[in-house]
Structures are given as C-alpha cells and as structure tokens.
Ligand binder design. Structure first.
Ligand code: ZN
Length: 329
C-alpha cells in the first residue's frame, strides 16, 4: 500500500512525516515556521518539509497516496481552506491551502484541525488505544484539548475540547485569548513566558533567559524550561507549580462533567516534562475531583512530538475521519 504524508503546522515549527500502512514513521523532517510573509510563504515551507520527509522515506511526494495537514485556525476540510490562523504570519483571511499544496506536491492534500488530528493519532495508535473515553490535553504554547467519547472525537457544534479556556479563576490572569482566568493564562508556555519577563523586570532571580540565549533561542521553549527546572531555578519552578495547579483544577472540572477513563498529556511541555509531571497533574486534580476514589489515569502522549504529523497522515484515505474533520471546520 502507498505511503502517506503528514504535516503538523505549528506556530514555531512545521513537522513532516511519511508513514506506512501501520502508521509507522518511515521519514521525517522539521522546518521552522516562517515568521514573515503570508500564507503563500507558509505553504512553500510546508512543501519543503513534505519533500524532505518523502526523500528520507526514499520516495517523492507525487508517489504518496496523499498528504494530510493538521492546521491551526479555522479549518474547512471540504473547501480545503484555512482562515484566521493567528499564530501564523499574515494569515487573517481565508487561504486555499489544499489546492496550493497539491499543485506544488502533485498529490491530494487533506486538511484537519491540528488538535483533533493529534487526539485522533493517540486514539488510533498511541496512549488512547486502551480507552473508550479520554481527554487529550496538549500542553504547549497554548493549551489545546480533544474529547474522545465512545472512541469518537466529540466536536460539539464544531469546536468542542477547548480545555485551555476552562475558567480556573474568576477575574483571574489575562489569557492570550483576551479573556480572564482561563487555564491557559496560567499554564500556556506563551503566558508563562510573558509572566517570566514581567517578573524579571521586577527583579526576580532566574537563569531562564541565560539558558535561552545559550541555546540560541528567542523564546522560552519547552527545552529551556525543562533545563531550568533540572537546575532548580526558582522562577521556572514557581511558574510550573502555578501551571500544574491550574491544570489540576481545569482538567478535574472536565472529569467531573464527563467522567472520562483517562487523561493523555501531550504538547511540547507535556511530552518534554514527561510522566513525573503528568503524575503531578494527577495529584493536583485530586482535591477537585468529586469522585476522588476513582480518578482517571493520567498518561503522557505516546506519539510525543510526532503525534500531530502522524495524525495528519491518518486524514489520507480515511473517509470517515475526513467527514469528522469537515464538522471541525
Ligand atoms: Zn482563554
């Protein structure tokens, strides 16, 4: 059977994979997301990542059964368009990403919502396999979520699963979404970085920004935060403690509502910090769980960093899933 390509289009990187029929990765590539220009430039960067992943799998993009793209923003899978992908450069309006990419790469291109495809990858191939129901929490720059009920992703009227915007404190910290008190305002990497910069201006002691510069980074990446935690950095420790408290409250509230079997923690921070921190989130949930005698299992996403791209590849030649992605648009 032909190989399939998958692209995870993120705000900082474009992850490409080529997978075989069993979902095993045969080739991968990682390119930085352009920070300037517009959708056309992003499409060219995606095409480059797809070509490199195909090359690593000893094939070319025209020989693939197709390529799936997990995208942020408003995804219309039927029309093949992405609208207002706000963390991508100059992408306020609607852009025909499917056509642009299939012209460039010579193969059909399917689109899906980035968080839904990553949740689906864990459901089909990863840590979600044993469970009928679970909550995927993608703990990265923001905090995304996917709800699986009876082994199907629950989309609501199109956009269910926004766990990052569960309110954990009324009139609390300002969230990147503009509202107040959302879980993401405390736990998102972006919000944590903004707070770290504020605290440093107020004279807080930290090596976070030294580690960032030493690594040639311009942002407090998951890797920078993990290194600072290893060194016992007081500000990094305080920020992560605060994040875990918020995650515990928000996720437990979702469990109180839906009584899911498991919570699967993915995303840049989730996969980098690993099971010890998933265990800490589980402990932070306990005081908020109404039925605390049978808490859900809390596990790290098995497909790690590649989950989004692998899930995107699953969009190819999976009509049922494509229909679900349509509803997500
Ligand atoms: Zn919010």
């Amino acid at each position: 059977m032909a190989l399939r390509g998958g692209i995870d289009l993120g705000g900082t990187k474009i992850q490409g994979v080529v997978v075989d029929a069993a979902g095993e990765v045969c080739g991968e590539s990682r390119h930085p997301t352009p920070t300037e220009g517009g959708p056309h430039d992003v499409a060219l960067a995606i095409a480059a990542a797809a070509r490199e992943a195909a090359e690593k799998a000893s094939t070319d993009t025209a020989s693939l059964a197709g390529i799936g793209v997990g995208s942020p923003g408003d995804v219309d899978a039927t029309a093949g368009t992405v609208t207002s992908a706000r963390n991508l450069p100059g992408w306020e309006g609607k852009f025909p990403l499917s056509v642009a990419l299939s012209d460039e790469l010579g193969t059909p291109v399917a689109l899906g919502n980035d968080v839904n495809v990553a949740t689906n990858a864990e459901l089909e191939l990863g840590a979600g396999r044993p469970y009928a129901s679970f909550l995927g929490v993608f703990w990265g720059t923001g905090v995304g979520g996917g709800v699986v009920l009876d082994r199907k992703i629950w989309l609501g009227r199109a956009s269910a699963g926004e766990i990052g915007h569960m309110v954990v404190k009324v009139d609390g910290a300002r969230c990147p979404c503009g509202r107040r008190g959302c879980m993401e305002a405390y736990a998102g990497r972006g919000a944590m970085e903004a707070r770290a910069r504020e605290q440093v201006e107020k004279g807080a002691e930290t090596d976070l920004f030294k580690i960032m510069e030493k690594r040639g980074r311009t942002r407090l990446t998951s890797g920078v935060i993990a290194r600072a935690l290893d060194k016992g950095d007081p500000l990094a420790t305080a920020l992560i403690d605060r994040a875990i408290k918020a995650l515990g409250a928000g996720i437990a509230s979702a469990i109180n509502l839906l009584d899911l079997e498991a919570v699967i923690i993915g995303g840049g921070l989730g996969t980098r910090l690993g099971q010890p921190y998933a265990d800490r989130i589980a402990a932070a949930m306990l005081p908020h769980l109404f039925f605390d005698d049978r808490p859900p299992e809390v596990r790290v996403a098995e497909l790690g960093d590649l989950g989004g791209a692998i899930g995107a590849a699953l969009l190819v030649e999976q009509p049922a899933r494509r229909r679900r992605a349509v509803a997500a648009g």
